[in-house]
Write a protein that binds this ligand. Structure first.
Ligand SMILES: [Zn+2]
Length: 214
């Protein structure tokens, strides 16, 4: 399955009248945060496929106001579904959404590593059940922030979550898709392997093919 992953910036290659020519064979869109809901609604209606998203640390009303874009009261009407702290099935895949960044000031969608670990722990019964039922707990983690020490940065805002490393080692998702860490050189490497898990920074846009999870 071809999945369009997006994060952090409205990408002119995606927000374009030619989106269907470029991405017409995409069957699912994953949005890793810090994006306007209008952009998500545009993509999901143009590609006519499900769009799942998590909120980033900039997904407060301030950003929407600054951009003079109005928040929809019901994003579901736009075909975009918020999967923050939820485990869902979509297109034959089990997908977990983990919103927000590490706490660095008092802004929205910021969590201490302990708080994130507790959120993940609360999902453990569901993950156990999925593993019993299907032989694997997870296909994809859709997060805003990255794991600690993997594609993160040293500054307080862009440091990754240690609890994500535990999640990856314990539940072994095939993919871990995140945003939050802006890439100033789009040619720089944006994916790496951690055991069976491929960790991808979706800044702008990136296509993944989930063949390896089949
Ligand atoms: Zn962010």
């Amino acid at each position: 399955m071809k999945i369009l992953c997006i994060a952090d910036e409205v990408d002119p290659l995606v927000y374009s009248p030619r989106i269907k020519e470029r991405f017409g064979d995409v069957e699912l869109v994953l949005a890793a945060g810090d994006l306007p809901l209008e952009y998500l609604g545009f993509i999901s209606s143009m590609l006519n496929c499900p769009l799942l998203y998590v909120e980033g640390n900039h997904d407060g009303h301030d950003k929407a106001d600054a951009l003079q874009w109005t928040h929809f009261s019901s994003p579901a009407d736009e075909g975009a579904r918020n999967i923050g702290f939820r485990l869902i099935r979509e297109g034959g895949l089990t997908i977990l959404g983990l919103p927000g960044s590490i706490r660095y000031n008092r802004g929205p969608n910021q969590f201490s590593d302990l708080a994130m670990a507790l959120h993940i722990l609360a999902l453990a019964p569901r993950l156990f059940f999925e593993r019993l039922l299907r032989g694997k707990a997870l296909d994809i983690v859709l997060a805003h922030a990255s794991p600690l020490g993997i594609q993160d940065r040293d500054d307080p805002c862009h440091r990754g979550f240690k609890s994500f490393l535990g999640l990856i080692h314990r539940w072994k998702p095939a993919w871990f898709v995140h945003g939050h860490v802006h890439l100033y050189d789009l040619a720089s490497p944006r994916s790496s392997e951690e055991g069976p898990t491929t960790i991808v920074n979706a800044f702008g846009h990136w296509i993944i093919n989930t063949e390896k999870t089949a």
